[in-house]
Write a protein that binds this ligand. Structure first.
Ligand SMILES: *Cc1c(COP(=O)(O)O)cnc(C)c1O
Length: 456
């Protein structure tokens, strides 16, 4: 053990961040604006206000203010499960026999089991403050729906969740957690919405997708008095709320007198990664410090490493605004991949712009290699990681092994976004040696790119 570096570093309650950090304020090239799908003009606050809560629209459009106060009520909720620990992975370092120093920020210490609660409570709070009755959303694997159910239960709001049908059937326990917290859960596509009926007619027997569930949730929000729609990733506002991960990490490192060299996060819609790297990226953008940032995505859904940087639809029903992002095309259906949270066809426009400006790197990894890393981590460090988080573990291990070859004593930080207790079917596949990974061919991707909207 290093002298002075404990296994776990927690901030004192008084040291917890009181403001979120908005990395867009320090970006020279701002993320591209959302466009109205009918007119292709930037969405106005008024148009966005029909779908999203007013205060969240303000945050979504704010490219100027670097710091935004966290309301006291949200700070109080954060205190129930934050600060999260910054852990020095001494045991993993020893087994890898690496000179690298490995740290991880663990976000799985709450009932929802992931970082998603950081934004769920913020979004539910602003809905409540606006005097709304409830919110709608979609959920794939179920982490976001669970987090939102916890937040709405706490604040006494209604919550309608459209859950991708295949997950609804395969993950009954996640569904029951949401219902326990009072959410109404509907398998998507459903007969309860116009867009759901349309999708079912065109694709009878479909098991659904995130894109379908989004369309249904937006329809219900815009057709129900006192309701708005909320989204658990991709949006600028979600990255803003998730900046508590990076702010706490940075403060903890400063307490230890340590500076990370490499910062690694898994990337689905980009919210945990964006939140983790934001304050460090801010330093890089302002020329105060340098870091290597690495986004890790599954080889089966490689939006950054093989996607196009273009305007695209965010949902299957094409009712949502268009976003400029690294995308595989809204019609892209990734093969069955056990990291449900990493199956979205696009990437946050903030992360997309930072990546396009070469301020960060991206790699894709195959599922079996990810689960090898997950199993190793569980056995050595004790925590059973979510499959999504294990993408970051894989690359953190790979970077630490590179250090072993070169003898470099790099300091590595990775985001451990959650626990994998509801993902035991995936672990079972891996344990039985039945896990495969399908990597899309160039032809398949070209076919999907052909469906991108033409925007001048
Ligand atoms: C949802 C989820 C992710 C991916 O979402 P991002 O918005 O890219 O952060 C990663 N890990 C876990 C545990 C998740 O639940």
């Amino acid at each position: 053990m290093d002298k002075n570096i404990p296994y776990k570093t927690y901030l004192e309650e008084s040291e917890m961040p009181k403001q979120w950090y908005n990395v867009r304020a320090d970006m020279k090239n701002k993320p591209a604006p959302l466009l109205n799908p009918a007119t292709h003009k930037p969405m106005t606050a008024e148009e966005l206000g029909a779908v999203f809560c007013d205060e969240l629209v303000k945050q979504e459009l704010d490219n100027e203010n670097a710091y935004i106060d966290i309301p006291t009520e949200i700070l109080d909720f954060y205190k129930m499960y934050r600060p999260s620990p910054l852990v020095r992975a001494y045991c993993l370092e020893k087994v890898l026999d690496t000179p690298a120093k490995i740290y991880y920020k663990f976000e799985g210490n709450n009932t929802s089991g992931s970082h998603k609660l950081n934004s769920a409570i913020a979004q539910a709070y602003y809905a409540k403050k606006q005097g709304l009755k409830g919110v709608t959303t979609e959920t794939g694997a179920g982490q976001w729906g669970t987090a939102l159910s916890m937040a709405t239960a706490y604040l006494g709001l209604e919550c309608k969740v459209f859950m991708v049908k295949v997950s609804y059937e395969q993950k009954p326990f996640r569904r029951e957690v949401m219902r326990t917290y009072g959410a109404e859960v509907t398998p998507s596509p459903s007969e309860t919405t116009e867009v759901g009926r349309k999708i079912l007619e065109a694709h009878p027997g479909t098991t659904g997708s995130l894109g379908c569930a989004i369309s249904e949730a937006v329809e219900v929000a815009t057709h129900t008095e006192g309701y708005r729609y909320v989204l658990g990733s991709v949006l600028n506002q979600v990255l803003l709320h998730q900046s508590v991960i990076g702010l706490e990490s940075k403060a903890a490192f400063e307490k230890l007198g340590v500076k990370p060299d490499i910062i690694i996060g898994c990337a689905g819609g980009g919210s945990n990664l964006g939140g983790l790297i934001s304050p460090f990226m801010g330093q890089k953008l302002r020329g105060e410090a340098d870091y290597r940032f690495i986004a890790v995505e599954p080889a089966s859904c490689p939006s950054l490493t093989r996607g196009r940087y273009a305007y695209d639809y965010c949902d299957t029903g094409m009712v949502c605004p268009l976003a400029k992002m690294y995308t595989l095309g809204s019609g892209f259906i990734p093969s069955a991949n056990h990291a449900g949270g990493l199956r979205y066809h696009g990437m946050s426009s903030t992360i997309s712009q930072l990546y396009d400006d070469k301020l960060m790197e991206a790699v894709s990894v195959e599922q079996t290699a990810v689960f090898e890393a997950a199993q190793k981590f569980a056995r050595i460090e004790g925590i059973l990681p979510a499959p999504e988080s294990s993408h970051a573990i894989r690359v953190a291990i790979d970077e630490a092994l590179k250090c072993k070859e070169t003898g470099e004593e790099k300091t590595i930080l990775f985001g451990l976004t959650g626990t994998g207790y509801f993902d035991m079917v995936a672990y079972q596949k891996f344990n039985d040696g039945l896990m495969t990974d399908y990597i899309p061919t160039d032809e398949e991707l070209e076919k999907s790119f052909a469906g991108l909207p033409k925007i001048d």
